[in-house]
Design a protein around this ligand. Structure first.
Ligand SMILES: *C/C=C(C)/C=C/C=C(C)/C=C/C1=C(C)CCCC1(C)C
Length: 240
């Protein structure tokens, strides 16, 4: 990779950092303004959606610069972004449940700890990528933590609360968020596998992670926005 000071228009990875920076800023503005249209407790959910894309926008500016100047993966900035935004998304899940029922704080902590384990394992794997054994062990630990989160939202306490007490709006949001955590989040471990164990291609790794962030941060917020601004968001939750 040649060293550059300005974004080269033929550097498609660099351009993807740039376009996603703009999309993150635009999404932040959108969620922020649309907050006015949401009812009661949904307002906080839209605020958190805006925080996620806002934090990501700042990291994307930096990541683009690291990429353009060094030609290397901006691994540190990427994981600093994830360690801030993934827990915020866990808070989103929890807020949706808490809007409809009394939810044990321990559920929140279990999801939070699992997400931190997933990211710390992934980070250690990536910064020690020269060690193939370590790369695999980190991957397996990361995937195990991710599967635990999936279990919790499909079969555990979180899913039961939602099935029993949710309003149609909150249930739709919860279903869509489950799809994001399962299908959307799956892009990340696939990127890790392909980028380190498959092609060893730093460009592919960054394109895949960038695409994943675009989907998982912006679509995640849009799902919340749909629920927050739909008419039945105004409906009262069922009494248990
Ligand atoms: C906004 C950023 C998000 C939603 C980041 C999510 C990241 C993941 C779901 C990462 C998952 C990984 C594994 C499941 C295995 C180990 C490697 C990781 C960290 C890429």
């Amino acid at each position: 990779m040649s060293k550059e000071l300005l974004l080269n228009p033929t550097d498609y990875v660099g351009v993807s950092f740039w376009i996603i920076s703009a999309a993150m800023v635009a999404a932040t503005f959108f969620f922020w303004v649309e907050r006015d249209r949401a009812e009661g407790k949904w307002k906080t959910s839209l605020t958190v959606a805006a925080l996620v894309t806002g934090i990501a926008a700042i990291h994307y500016f930096y990541m683009r610069e690291v990429w353009v100047i060094t030609g290397d993966s901006p691994t540190v900035f990427r994981y600093v972004d994830w360690i801030l935004t993934v827990p915020l998304q866990i808070i989103e899940f929890y807020l949706i449940l808490a809007a409809i029922a009394v939810v044990a704080a321990s559920l929140f902590w279990r999801l939070l700890i699992a997400s931190v384990v997933m990211l710390v394992a992934g980070y250690l794997g990536e910064v020690n990528a020269a060690n193939a054994n370590f790369l695999w062990i980190a991957f397996i630990i990361g995937v195990a933590a991710w599967l635990y989160i999936i279990y919790e939202v499909f079969a555990g306490e979180a899913s039961k609360i939602n099935a029993d007490k949710g309003t149609p709006g909150s249930q739709r949001a919860f279903h869509a968020l489950r799809v994001i955590v399962t299908v959307g989040w799956a892009i990340y471990p696939l990127g890790y596998l392909y980028g380190y164990m498959g092609s060893g291609d730093v460009q592919a790794l960054n394109i895949i992670y960038n695409l994943a962030d675009f989907v998982n941060k912006i679509a995640f917020g849009v799902v919340i926005w749909v629920a927050a601004t739909s008419d039945d968001a105004k409906a009262k939750p069922k009494k248990s």
